[in-house]
Design a protein around this ligand. Sequence first.
Ligand SMILES: Nc1ncnc2c1ncn2[C@@H]1O[C@H](COP(=O)(O)OP(=O)(O)OP(=O)(O)O)[C@@H](O)[C@H]1O
Length: 641
Amino acid sequence: MELALEEPVSRTSRSFREEQVSRTSRSFRRDQPVAPSDFIDEGWDVSESPTYSLQVKNLSYKVAVKNNGEGPGQKILLNDICVEAFAGELLAIVGPSGSGKTTFLDALAGRIVRESLEGEILVNGHPINNSFRRISGYVMQDDALFPMLTVRETLLISARLRLPASMPLKEKKLRVDNMIAQLGLENCANTRVGNEKVRGVSGGERRRVSIGSDLIHDPAVIFLDEPTSGLDSTSALNVMQVLSRMAKTGKRTVILTIHQPSFRILETIDRVVVLGRGSVLYEGALQQLKRYFGPLGRTMPEDVNVLEFALDTIEDFQKSPAGLEPLIKLQLESRKLEVEKGEKREERKVQVGPGGASSSYPEYATSFLAQCYILTGRNLKNVLRTPELFVSRVMAMLLVAITLGTLFLNSKVSERGIRQRTGFISFTLALLIFWSMEAMAAFIEERQIFIRETSRGAYRVGAFVVAKDVTMIPLLLLLGTIFSVISYFLVDLVREAPEFFLFTFTCFLVLCTAYSYVSFVSTLVPNFAIGTSICSTTISYMFLFSGFFIERTAIPKYWIWLHYISLFKYPYEVMLQNEFGSKHFENTIWYGDVDSNTVLSNLGAGKVHIWVNLVAMLGIFVGYRLFFWFSLSFFNRSVRK
Ligand SMILES: Nc1ncnc2c1ncn2[C@@H]1O[C@H](COP(=O)(O)OP(=O)(O)OP(=O)(O)O)[C@@H](O)[C@H]1O
């Protein structure tokens, strides 16, 4: 295949963007006349912007599979695919279920690791690289959105993350308004997105919000996996018209997968790639598809949806003894003929110009700090919009504090007093740590959003982690303090200010380490049920090896490592030292001839240095946060192997 050398096509003055702004400005300030300079002055780049064509050459993708007891084998998911996609065109990938549509789209969008693919995918003649994420948008099938944010807020946050920091906020808002108008979301712009639990926008509107938030930065290449699935026919048509307009007026390269489009939707599609069992069975205009299967004795009846006819034909061949071979042969011959005639090269030359390789695109639109700031703002909004969750957390903490406080009420200086204190300390730790498992549900829900956003380079993983911590740490401090203030005085622990503050700080650190551990585990598990099962088992083990049930010296050597990695060990020893090692009890005889030092050494906390243990807890917190970051970076990416 030859590449025609040509400069990238530039969108000129009356471009899609200009139209967008112009229209928005009008609807935004209906009462004021709008001059074209209004939007140009506002910083919109309506001048030149490169367009991108994609060229797929002999692309194959195989995965290893277990062969019904005959040992490992290979399954060919994509087979020697040659396809082109051009700017200004809407290209639909169609085919029967399981034909490889999503797999092909994933390969094009760089969502399959390059090493697993054979063949080439070129963007304006250059191999795809990391910056391709920035110039392209990928709309997944699932609408992973925050339910408590409104449609406008969702789009604005996406705009702030994905558009350059140099663009003033006013313009980002303008673009959001435009997107709302484009997608017909005006009536629900200020409605919360909602989900199964929270009443919000309709399913069709959710789909459009999801599309809008992934395309707000006006990417030059747009991938969509079944954008019309779950939509009623009007909404589906509306979405396809918007995409077609983006392709035509904006000279975008739009590639999508679609299932059984209606007659009216067909009008929005410029070209189709028909797949069958991972092979291309047709590539070209819809009109030509009508007569395409003629040489195989298949003529299309009048008034039949051409794609339905094509899919029926494929099904018939699939069931026949010859399989899809005749269709694959037909496609190869037709392609050969086309290339010989040079039709393609004449009609639409494949561009060679700035590709995905363009160095002018930084990997992220905004700085790390800006990302932290925007994500923290979003987290806070979510917290403030769910006061019931906040109140239930505070109530839970109050309940735990009162229960434990009254259970071990007014401990005295006696043998029973020692048991009361140690019992209170160990169950405090158990309840605080087990309680932290509640963070898992929220994170697992949020993970899909994280994957969707980071897969197209909306922000750095580090910014997500920092923003989470900035939101969670004050909350954990508050909860730790509530617990401590109530329970400490009910149990009547040492009445000294430094001891009280150290106890409070330790409660806070316990919550931090547990939150850090639980959120790390939640990055490794597929769902909440498995996550809670793993967490409760591992935390139970940690409790067992805390030193409360079996002293350190009594733990067999081969299990001792469990004692050292226990979330309980360090705070347990700190709290014991804080109480029995307090100056207040320096000369206290608890019973018989047992003084505070004897109590501490009997409990295995005689040689504990409080600061060492606090540093160890801090280390555990930071360590699990690093594991969390690492796991998000490497195991929670939507990239297939
Ligand atoms: N990792 C994998 N291992 C084995 N088979 C796989 C793997 N991933 C996908 N497949 C198979 O590859 C085929 C193509 O899957 P793909 O999801 O791309 O199809 P599709 O055309 O998008 O289907 P649908 O229209 O039903 O969404 C299917 O048969 C699927 O089961």
